[in-house]
Design a protein around this ligand. Structure first.
Ligand SMILES: *[C@@H]1O[C@H](CO)[C@@H](O)[C@H](O)[C@H]1NC(C)=O
Ligand SMILES: *[C@@H]1O[C@H](CO)[C@@H](O)[C@H](O)[C@H]1NC(C)=O
Ligand SMILES: *[C@@H]1O[C@H](CO)[C@@H](O)[C@H](O)[C@H]1NC(C)=O
Ligand SMILES: *[C@@H]1O[C@H](CO)[C@@H](O)[C@H](O)[C@H]1NC(C)=O
Ligand SMILES: *[C@@H]1O[C@H](CO)[C@@H](O)[C@H](O)[C@H]1NC(C)=O
Ligand SMILES: *[C@@H]1O[C@H](CO)[C@@H](O)[C@H](O)[C@H]1NC(C)=O
Ligand SMILES: *[C@@H]1O[C@H](CO)[C@@H](O)[C@H](O)[C@H]1NC(C)=O
Length: 492
């Protein structure tokens, strides 16, 4: 039978330097330079951009953001959702290289902070990259909304990106009303059933504290067939032709108008969850247990309520699954992220947290987790080795790793896991460092005492096991042997 050898350093810091366990950030960002052609350079950073849910968004890249010694401002731009993750065709934001313009149509489920990477490439293929931050917020008068128009459409041509047809629909409505003010419309939701899309919007000029039924009916008159209730007028059909076919048109009262809805619909209005307080950037340290509980006000669902009532899961930002061997895992029951990163995990990784409500509607929260190198630990220390049941699979099982660290915490009477570090895990042995972050402490645990805390003496009938250890590691984590490794003096 093979056993996992478990090496534990017990390190008790003396000096006040202990508290200055400031993170050493690994900076591996070294740009390379070609000998002849120079890469583009960044002249100035982008300011943070603001977009509003339901409103068309546009932003032209200023010509002076990047310059290139050879090509001037004649550069090719590519936008990435995250490092090496190109913009997906489903994204609410798109880029038009002809007009050098970002355009988008964010909806309520996109209310969040978004970070993109814009890459400028010169004619020889050298690049410069710059971060582009966009914050999507709710329309400030969204709460006063009293109606939604609902149009069911079929797409009659292939649109490259999802938002392309939505923007086409928005333009069609503006044209129909000969209303050039984009501020007048807010898109509320877009849902899909088979090849039929339901596009719903509101006319903001009618946002009032009472129900403007007459005004709504006036607009409906323009859009609805005179003879057939729920069918589009020929003007509405023409406004969408030849790209979209309108199958049905109606409206529904909300808030002050909630009694007035006339939409011939059998589906109750079901809203997706909303992202309220996004998780943005988290930091973890190599070797240390990282735990982050998703706050209950992160998402809100009009039907289901707070985040605790939603089903959460997470993925990489390119939508790929998180393997069970990944250092970061999610406890769905407790709604918390946890894990102990290793040196191989040092980087800034992008994820998306997905909240699903009881009607299977979802909201997303993109966030990043940066794994930093651990600060050096100062002498003196006591090192000992523990052998554990190999089935724990500590190399790949984040949950067991967490258990071990939390058990050690209790064993050493700590209130948190800050002073416990897993230095190294290999197939057969793992190295854990325990150190004391309290200021001015002297060695608290003498060698003898460590033995007392951790001794498991199998030679004496197995009856001589230390009770404290047994209590702390009962059942799920079995320590089968313990060995102290002598360390040199650390007085220098
Ligand atoms: C990009 O912008 C140009 C100029 O405004 C326009 O002609 C073209 O249709 C746009 N392309 C896409 C894919 O939207
Ligand atoms: C811009 O760059 C492209 C390719 O890098 C080149 O074909 C084009 O002639 C350049 N335009 C100008 C105005 O320099
Ligand atoms: C919005 O409502 C106003 C007032 O009822 C109307 O004048 C305008 O044409 C409407 N615009 C659109 C795009 O529906
Ligand atoms: C981790 O170990 C626990 C108990 O030993 C087991 O229930 C769980 O399935 C393991 N997880 C993975 C991803 O192997
Ligand atoms: C971890 O331990 C293995 C085996 O003892 C050793 O080869 C490796 O260098 C160690 N890695 C680190 C980062 O200390
Ligand atoms: C790990 O354990 C296996 C099986 O007991 C053994 O063959 C191997 O030599 C061990 N490796 C190390 C580095 O101790
Ligand atoms: C760390 O130091 C503090 C203050 O000296 C002490 O109370 C505590 O017991 C020490 N912790 C350990 C694990 O030795």
């Amino acid at each position: 039978m093979t056993y996992l050898n478990f090496v534990v350093f017990a390190l008790l810091l003396l000096s006040s330097e202990a508290s200055s366990k400031q993170d050493e950030v690994l900076d591996n960002n070294v740009a390379s330079k070609g000998p002849v052609n120079q890469p583009p350079t960044i002249n100035h950073h982008f300011r943070k951009l603001i977009a509003t849910a339901g409103k068309a968004f546009r932003y032209v890249i200023p010509p002076d953001v990047f310059t290139d010694p050879e090509d001037g401002s004649n550069l090719t731009f590519t936008i990435y959702e995250a490092e090496n993750v190109p913009l997906s065709q489903q994204s609410w934001l798109q880029y038009n290289s002809t007009s050098r313009m970002f355009y988008g149509l964010p909806l309520r489920e996109h209310v969040s902070r978004w970070s993109y990477i814009l890459e400028a490439k010169d004619s020889e293929g050298l690049v410069a990259r710059e971060q582009l931050d966009i914050r999507v917020h709710m329309h400030r008068r969204a709460r006063l909304n009293n109606h939604q128009f609902i149009m069911k459409v079929k797409l009659l041509k292939q649109f490259k990106n999802t938002i392309d047809w939505q923007i086409r629909a928005l333009e069609g409505i503006m044209n129909l009303f000969e209303d050039a003010n984009l501020d007048h419309l807010t898109v509320l939701s877009v849902t899909q059933k088979g090849d039929i899309y339901e596009f719903s919007w509101t006319n903001n000029t009618m946002t009032k504290y009472s129900c403007p039924v007459d005004d709504i009916n006036k607009l409906m008159k323009v859009m609805e067939s005179e003879t057939q209730r729920g069918y589009p007028s020929s003007n509405l059909m023409n406004a969408m032709s030849p790209d979209l076919e309108v199958l049905e048109i109606g409206w529904q009262g909300i808030g002050h108008c909630s009694k007035n809805g006339l939409m011939p619909t059998n589906a109750p209005s079901i809203y997706p969850p909303i992202l309220r307080n996004p998780i943005e950037h988290l930091t973890a340290t190599v070797g240390h247990l990282f735990v982050y509980k998703v706050s209950e006000d992160t998402f809100f669902d009009p039907e289901d309520g707070s985040t605790q009532n939603l089903h959460l899961s997470f993925r990489f930002s390119d939508n790929s699954q998180i393997p069970s061997s990944h250092w970061l895992q999610f406890d769905e029951h407790k709604q918390e992220f946890y894990g102990v990163p290793t040196p191989n995990d040092i980087k800034n990784a992008y994820y998306v947290l997905i909240a699903e409500d009881s009607s299977k509607k979802v909201a997303y929260n993109s966030f990043s987790v940066e794994v930093k190198m651990a600060p050096k630990i100062i002498c003196p220390r006591v090192e000992f080795q523990v052998t554990m049941d190999p089935s724990l699979n500590l190399l790949y099982n984040a949950s067991n790793k967490r258990k071990v660290v939390e058990k050690l915490m209790r064993l050493f009477g700590q209130s948190d896991t800050d002073s416990i570090r897993i230095e190294n895990i290999t197939d057969n042995s793992s190295t854990i460092t325990l150190y004391n972050t309290s200021l001015g402490s002297t060695i608290q645990v003498e060698t003898e005492e460590l033995y007392k805390i951790f001794t498991v003496d199998e030679e004496v009938n197995g009856n001589n096991r230390n009770e404290q250890v047994d209590e702390a590691v009962k059942n799920d984590i079995k320590i089968t042997s313990f060995r102290l490794i002598p360390q040199g003096s650390c007085t220098d």
